[in-house]
Design a protein around this ligand. Structure first.
Ligand code: SAM
Length: 259
C-alpha cells in the first residue's frame, strides 16, 4: 500500500496547476466570507465576490473525478439570509448537480445580542456531484439505532448502525480566549471527516480543499489515511497551517505566491 501524501500550496485556487484534472474524489471546503474578514481583498461588491468564487468552482469541476463529490459548508448572516443558496446556485451554474443539503447543527454557538433575532444554530453543507455515478458510504458515518428492535427488521439493518440522515450535530471546538484562535473561520475537524468518509471508500482517493484556511481538511484526510491537497492564498496563514499539521507525515508545502 502506498503511503498517503499531503500538499499545501500557498497560492490561488482559481488556477490549481498542482492538481491533475479528474483526479479528486472528495472536495471539502468553506469559502471566504464576503467583507467580514480581513483577507477579502480581491473583490469589492457582492457580485464580484460571487464571480470570484465561481472561478474556483469551475476549477474544482475540472479537477474532480467523474464519481467525485464536492461538499461546500456555508452559513448565512442576518444581513443576507439567502447568501448560502445564492452561492449554491452559482455552483450549479458551474456544471455541478445538487445531491442533497445537509444542515449542520452547531452544538455550541455564539449567542445573539439584543431582541431582533433568535440565536442562529445551523449552517449548511451542500453536497454536489459532477455526474450521476457517485455513491454515498452512508453507513461509514452511521449512528446506532435509538430503538434497538429495528436491528434486523429492515434488509439494510443487519448491525446496530443506521443512516445519520441530513442533520448533523457537530460540536465546535471552543476556545477560551480570542488569542487562542488560529484562524477566524475554522470548521471543526469532524465536519471534513464525515464528508470524506461519506464520499471516499478507498485509501488511494485524494481529497482537495481550495480554501484551506488553517489546514483542517488536510488534518482530517491524514487521520483517515487519504492523500490531500489544499490551497491557501493568504501567505500569513502558512505558519498556522504548519503548526496545525506538525504531526502529519509526508507533508510538502509549496509557495506559489510571494509574501
Ligand atoms: C472560511 S476560510 C476556510 C477555513 C478552513 N475551513 C479551516 O477550517 O481553517 C476561507 C479561506 O480561503 C482563503 N482564500 C480566499 N480566496 C482564496 C483563493 N483564491 N485561493 C486559495 N485560498 C483562498 C482565505 O484566505 C481563507 O483562509
Amino acid at each position: 500500500m502506498t503511503k498517503a501524501k499531503h500538499l499545501v500550496v500557498v497560492g490561488d485556487s482559481r488556477e490549481m496547476d498542482f492538481v491533475r484534472d479528474n483526479s479528486i474524489m472528495v472536495c471539502v471546503t468553506s469559502p471566504p466570507y464576503f467583507r467580514r474578514k480581513e483577507y477579502e481583498t480581491q473583490y469589492s461588491t457582492y457580485e464580484e465576490y460571487r464571480q470570484y468564487l465561481k472561478q474556483v468552482w469551475t476549477e474544482v469541476h475540472k479537477k474532480l473525478s467523474h464519481s467525485g463529490l464536492l461538499f461546500v459548508n456555508i452559513g448565512d448572516s442576518f444581513d443576507n439570509q439567502f447568501k448560502s443558496h445564492e452561492i449554491a446556485n452559482d455552483i450549479l451554474d458551474c456544471g455541478f448537480n445538487l445531491v442533497q443539503t445537509v444542515v449542520w447543527v452547531k452544538v455550541q454557538h455564539s449567542p445573539v445580542q439584543g431582541d431582533k433575532h433568535l440565536n442562529h444554530l445551523y449552517e449548511y453543507i451542500f453536497i454536489f456531484s459532477k455526474a450521476q455515478d457517485y455513491s454515498l458510504q452512508r453507513l461509514a458515518i452511521g449512528i446506532p439505532y435509538k430503538d434497538k428492535s429495528n436491528i434486523g427488521r429492515w434488509k439494510v439493518a443487519k448491525d446496530d448502525l443506521r443512516c445519520r440522515g441530513d442533520v448533523w450535530f457537530i460540536n465546535y471546538e471552543t476556545v477560551q480566549r480570542h488569542s487562542q484562535k488560529l484562524h477566524e473561520a475554522i470548521f471543526p475537524k469532524q465536519l471534513p471527516e464525515l464528508c470524506i468518509k461519506l464520499a471516499s471508500s478507498k485509501s488511494s482517493d485524494t481529497v482537495l480543499d481550495p480554501f484551506l484556511g488553517s489546514g483542517t481538511t488536510i488534518l482530517a484526510a491524514a487521520d483517515l489515511g487519504r492523500s490531500s491537497i489544499g490551497y491557501e492564498i493568504n501567505a500569513s496563514y502558512e505558519r498556522i497551517i504548519r503548526r496545525k499539521l506538525a504531526s502529519v507525515e509526508n507533508l510538502e508545502v509549496i509557495r506559489a505566491v510571494s509574501n
